[in-house]
Design a protein around this ligand. Sequence first.
Ligand code: FAD
Length: 492
Amino acid sequence: MTPIKRVVIAGGGTAGWVTAAALSHQLGQILDITLVESDDIGTIGVGESTVPPIRVFHQLLGIDEQEFMRSVSATFKLGIWFENWGQIGDRYIHPFGRHGKPTWLAEFHHFWLHGLRSGMNSELGEYCVEWLAAKQGRFGTSPQSDINYAYHIDATAYARFLRRFAENRGVKRVEGKIKSVQQHPTTGFVESLTLASDRVVPGDLFIDCTGFRALLIEQTLHTGFEDWSHWLPCDSAAAVQTEITGPPNPYTCAFAHEAGWRWMIPLQHRMGNGFVYCSRYISDDDAKQKLMQAVSGAPVRPPFVLKFQPGRRRKSWNKNVVAIGLSSGFVEPLESTSIHVIMTAATRLMQMFPFDGVSQPLVDQFNEESRVEIEKIRDFIILHYKTTDRDDSAFWRYCRNMEIPAALAHRVEMFKEGAHAYQDAGELFRVDSWTQVLLGQGIVPKHYHPLPRGMQEQELARVLSSLRAGVAQTVAKLPKHQDFINSYCRTT
Ligand code: FAD
């Protein structure tokens, strides 16, 4: 086994610079890190909504939140607003917070369900600070606060921010287009990249962050791809950035339409908009037109169309190539999970870093953990499409009738029967997320845990009302989202 000292990152989008930042911060003293990127090719230019673990990742890197937010024109995100998913006219928020107070025996929503059956009407979200704050457009944080939040970020500025961070820690950036990849004649391990300028960049370990091109992991190593388009039929997106027309909401919007859904991601200085769709049911031109009809501000650049294939690379790590980012696979951005998967992959790589050489058990473990992680996320996304009552278009009729992975079918049945929701090992989404989305999609459980039946009705009513009051009081003290941004992290 060849000891690993020289790491070459191919690609400088979010994946490339996140990986470079993490490796240089944690292992920069012992590794020699080079990143190659092509200004001519550029980056994908989308990917602006995130999930809360990004904050943990930033803390690991010692990133200052206010500096980061000012640099990337960020706003705060408390969850996702869904509209028209279960049926046209339906609305729900998937917040990042927890609801009420769970017991060790039964989650809080069982008590809430029992309250509903006993005539105590309330929304589950009223027991969650993040839900109510999102609804009221409020946000605030302090070192004592435990509000769970993420960010909306300018993707291009984020790559720039991380580039500065990584270069300050010794990462060497090489600009140029990779024209060929050299492999060892017998092992097939990658030995070097040759650029259009004929410059050769040698390395011991290569990180493929070349986006959908997957230059090393697929075009060179032919690793193979598992296609998931039968479960996630959307394969295209039209995107446009517009001027912002009002105070930014502290949540991402996901409006379902007849052949997919539309996002709105508010930044401090502009709005990111996109129309995700299945090209079997709507043409690119129609999608672009519908997007432009739906947006409110003036475009700051012309709309563009992106094509993608949902699925995963059969191995994220093959020989001495580790794929991170779009090169390793893609699940559509409905729950804003891709940047998160980049961060967990970079972290996993650092934890398993093959200093003494690439060993197969390590590679297998990395691949297995990556598979489990992305399959759980995939199932959570499929849930939004499958559990719909919409039959107003061929797209939705396909979604409601499609076969789904057995593990997801089991989960949906568990919830339908007894309101059981759970978080598996290695899974991003918690019980509260599963519960909010299952209920939000219109599933009404037949039964729930019997524990609350042991409570006197008056006692249950008292507990529920005091929990709601506690949430309302906490939220009432929070400033408006825009006011908090102005005082905390306004981009100048
Ligand atoms: P890219 O940004 O494509 O970067 C590839 C890099 O490789 C570039 O630097 C390019 O120049 C370089 N490169 C390629 N070929 C060569 C070559 N031959 N020579 C030299 N350099 C080369 N994720 C989220 O978390 N939240 C979201 O809200 C979200 N929204 C999305 C919406 C859509 C429609 C899509 C398609 C994706 C979305 N994503 C989202 C995913 C997110 O955009 C990506 O995960 C993220 O941007 C990482 O991309 P990347 O770095 O892997 O690829």
